[in-house]
Design a protein around this ligand. Structure first.
Ligand code: TXA
Ligand code: MG
Length: 353
């Protein structure tokens, strides 16, 4: 299959030409096909969420386990009530505050949502993304687009159209290229299918931000444990995920000690003839002496670290690096989401110094 990569950023083509391209992509979705598209978090691989055959194609293109449910993307509030049995008041409050935005909520599903979309579950995850192209695609694609991240299952999520092409070229008819995304890690997931709402996946919207709106919220114990043996509730969080081909090892502790340890480990690996990668920051990158050193962003602004995380892992993949040592990041704010993704990418290998 030819994969068309359609540029929707170049302003010189005019806004109406861009809208027409997105509407054409919407027609592919309506006909049961797949289109990859940008959102503010990561690129998604979209299909008509109400068409079981279309959802099925997503699993095939990604090589995704069939028990791993998809997020249904909507473009306006009224559509929420069509796909869920009942959205509790607290969820509506969160939607008012954070939609469109990087927040996904889970509810009991209504009958029109096929089990193929929900991985066999009676619940459905819903999100309204904050991206004009995504919103127009959802509208023109019929209103309900099932979309996981547009990577091959297990690989780092795509934050640019080039990443999607790496994984999906030849497997899907179209990629909408909207340039690099703004946030760079996937949405926060809050489960409303139980008594007390629970965060199943940390993201840009933090527990503190949610608490301010609705009060009590729990963290999935499977996340906080930092232990691979306690399974998180979201099926997708249990797999080794977001992972580069190389072995990734995190080093945590005081700045100087971390740098010393990484230099020591990198030297040893280099002596053993391994190709070594190092993930540092703007503040520390000049202090490393071995291997390929990449700066992931600045500690003064952790959103820059989130934005570059997956891209850096993919860059190391392309260089056939065999082992990567990385600094680790704080647990406050978006740091918690960064830590969560890095631990999973590292298969929970972390050295404390
Ligand atoms: O930012 C995002 O959320 C991106 C963009 C494209 O919107 N999408 C995304 O989808 O990250 P995906 O499929 O890569 O991750 C969805 C996660 C998986 O871990 C899945 O298991 C979980 O959400 N999930 C989906 N529906 C669920 C449900 N009904 N119950 C529990 N977990 C669910
Ligand atoms: Mg994913």
């Amino acid at each position: 299959m030819e994969t068309a990569i359609v540029n929707i950023t170049d302003d010189r083509q005019g806004i109406e030409a861009i809208r027409e391209k997105i509407r054409a992509a919407g027609r592919i979705i309506r006909q049961g096909g797949l289109v990859a598209f940008p959102t503010e978090t990561v690129y998604g691989l979209g299909a008509d969420a109400l068409n079981p055959l279309a959802s099925g194609k997503i699993y095939e293109a990604k090589g995704r386990p069939s028990d791993n449910p998809l997020i249904v993307h909507i473009s306006n509030m009224e559509d929420l009530d069509r796909i869920v049995k009942k959205a509790p008041e607290q969820a509506k409050k969160l939607a008012e505050k954070f939609w469109p935005g990087p927040l996904t909520m889970i509810f009991e599903k209504s009958d029109i949502v096929p089990l193929e979309t929900t991985g066999g579950l009676q619940t459905v995850a819903v999100r309204m993304p904050n991206h004009p192209a995504a919103l127009l695609l959802i509208q023109s694609g019929g209103g309900f687009i099932a979309a996981p991240s547009a990577n091959t299952s297990g690989r780092p999520s795509p934050t640019r159209a080039e990443h999607v092409a790496e994984d999906m070229r030849g497997r899907i008819p179209m990629i909408l290229d909207g340039g690099p995304v703004g946030i760079g890690i996937e949405s926060t997931i809050v489960d409303f299918s139980e008594e007390i709402p629970m965060i199943l996946r940390p993201g840009y919207i933090t527990a503190e931000m949610i608490q301010e709106v609705i009060g009590e919220i729990r963290m999935d114990p499977g996340l906080a444990a930092e232990d691979a043996k306690i399974h998180p509730k979201a099926p997708g969080m249990k797999y080794r995920h977001y992972a580069p081909k190389a072995d990734l090892i995190l080093v945590s502790g005081a700045k100087e000690k971390v740098q010393e340890k990484i230099n020591e480990l990198a030297e040893k690996a280099a002596e053993e003839g391994k190709t070594v990668g190092i993930i540092g920051t703007e503040e520390t990158k000049d202090g490393y002496r071995y291997g390929v050193v990449k700066s992931i962003g600045t500690r003064k602004d952790e959103t820059s670290i989130a934005r570059h995380l997956y891209g850096i892992l993919r860059e190391f993949d392309q260089m056939d690096v065999e082992i990567i040592y990385s600094e680790s990041f704080s647990l406050s704010g978006i740091g918690q989401a960064i830590r969560n993704r890095m631990l999973k990418a590292a298969g929970h290998q972390m050295i404390e110094v």
